[in-house]
Design a protein around this ligand. Structure first.
Ligand code: EPZ
Length: 443
């Protein structure tokens, strides 16, 4: 991805970018998935626990990764990212306070709390901002830090956590939170004694972080199950590691393939990471072929509406709910998508309605009556995955759609237009002088 300024002031006007998509072309061919964005955010931070150099491969060049890089550089780390290889020199890391301006842009910035508490025994980190997908507090993280023996206070928008000694403990992770599990694994790796996380999240990103930490000399067992034990060590060393493929990016391209009546091989993905999605494709009548390094989907005849309940891994990922809803908008029949992870994940609904979708929110569910064709319209990428939903809808729609607030999509999709164009889509990124309709949302 080229470096871009998303909002540029030129002669007093603010320049913003939008995506212009003319839909109705079936996507065909193959696309290679980038490294996991969420895995990268966790592993890059974890690598900074060592007073040493680590090298991560397959790191995506997307906005969230670049913001995290900047945050860690502000703390003193020296980081280079070139062609997917990130060299992290965490020896010079010295600061204990993370910068508000950068941290407020991204929820995963809160991983610096676990990092600083583990490595420096002191962390001052801004509360990550609220977000359109739900309240997303950090209370579980804070309870976990306190259980490890830290004094934790929240004042003036900052969390302060301090500990003379961090001591292993048993902690029950409420609601199987991914962020809490990762943050506590990071902090507890350098604690004294053993920490056991019960009801731990089982997401592949948790496993990836544990694998890297173990390569760095940590003693973590059970990642991928709901009981993770971490035997603290005195210090960690640098390591080299390749980040897993991005299962959410893979899922998004597969959904776009089916929505456009296409035939796409998504390469370099791990089929088990998107098992719940693939089962839903099969239920709805799409043809799925799994092989060890990729997944091919083909729209085979008419697509039937199916119901979905989102759930923690290995259930149907909440992040794939919005793009899947776009797909169900053009399926035959009625689909109910129930959201169980984030209470306000329905921002995309009004955008899809602009494109003629017949969709309404009832309590915690989106109820969708499929129609034969969506129509192109001006729409907004309200957050990262709502952005994926409008891209899928625009690709499937008749006519042209203009998508604003593209910076939200750029947070997690590397080279989106290049990849879609290679699959036969008509996508352009254009610069306009219109003001952005939405503020950037924390992810
Ligand atoms: C991670 O967010 C991902 N982000 C999200 O992906 C993803 O949607 C989510 O996990 C669920 O899979 C990153 O990995 C950077 P949680 P996270 O803690 O860790 C509640 C994307 O689009 N909760 O598992 O923040 C919370 O409100 C992003 O790539 C508390 O109440 O999610 C939610 O309802 C968006 N208090 C539930 O738990 C807490 O202290 C699960 O959240 C923590 C969480």
């Amino acid at each position: 991805m080229k470096k871009r300024a998303m909002h540029r002031r030129v002669d007093g006007e603010t320049k913003v970018e939008k995506l212009v998509i003319t839909g109705g072309r079936p996507l065909r061919g193959s696309v290679r998935v980038s490294g996991g964005k969420n895995s990268s955010l966790a592993t890059i931070t974890a690598a900074c626990l060592a007073r040493d150099v680590s090298v991560l491969e397959n790191v995506p060049h997307c906005r969230d990764v670049l913001v995290l890089k900047e945050i860690l550089e502000t703390l003193g780390a020296r980081i280079e990212l070139k062609h997917g290889r990130m060299k992290i020199d965490a020896r010079p890391l010295y600061a204990t306070s993370a910068p508000y301006d950068l941290c407020r842009r991204m929820r995963a910035s809160f991983y610096t709390a676990g990092l600083l508490l583990g490595r420096m025994r002191r962390a001052e980190v801004p509360l990550p901002g609220g977000c359109v997908i739900g309240a997303r507090p950090v209370d579980f993280h804070l309870r976990g830090f306190a259980a490890l023996g830290a004094d934790v206070t929240t004042e003036h928008g900052f969390v302060r956590a301090e500990a003379k000694r961090l001591v292993g403990t048993n902690f029950f992770v409420p609601r199987s939170s991914v962020g809490t599990t990762i943050n506590l694994m990071i902090a507890a790796s350098l604690a004294e004694g053993t920490t056991v996380l019960e009801n731990a999240a089982r997401e592949p990103e948790v496993v990836d972080t544990a694998v890297l930490l173990n390569l760095m000399g940590a003693h973590i067992k059970g990642a991928g199950t709901d009981a993770i034990s971490i035997d603290g060590v005195e210090e960690l060393h640098g390591a080299s590691y390749t980040i897993i493929p991005d299962r959410l990016e893979a899922g998004s391209y597969l959904i776009a393939a089916v929505a456009t009546g296409g035939d796409v091989l998504v390469e370099h993905t791990i089929p088990e990471h998107i098992g719940a999605l693939l089962t839903k494709f099969e239920e709805s009548g799409a043809a799925v072929e799994r092989d060890p390094d990729g997944v091919r989907v083909r729209a085979a005849g008419s697509l039937k509406a199916v119901d979905v309940d989102t759930a923690p891994y290995p259930g149907f990922a909440t992040d794939l709910h919005p793009p899947f809803a776009a797909l169900m908008s053009v399926a035959e029949g009625r689909s109910v998508i129930r959201e169980t992870v984030f209470e306000s994940r329905f921002g995309y609904v009004d955008e899809l309605k602009r494109m003629s979708a017949d969709i309404r929110v009832e309590g915690d569910a989106a109820v969708i009556n499929g129609i034969p064709k969506l129509t192109g319209a001006p729409v907004e990428a309200l957050d990262l995955r709502a952005g994926a939903a409008v891209v899928v809808a625009a690709l499937a729609a008749q006519g042209t759609s203009e998508i604003t607030a593209v910076e939200n999509i750029d947070r997690g999709y590397e080279d989106l237009e290049t990849k879609l164009t290679a699959l036969g889509a008509d996508v352009k990124r254009v610069e306009t002088t219109e003001p952005p309709q939405a503020q950037q949302r924390a992810g």
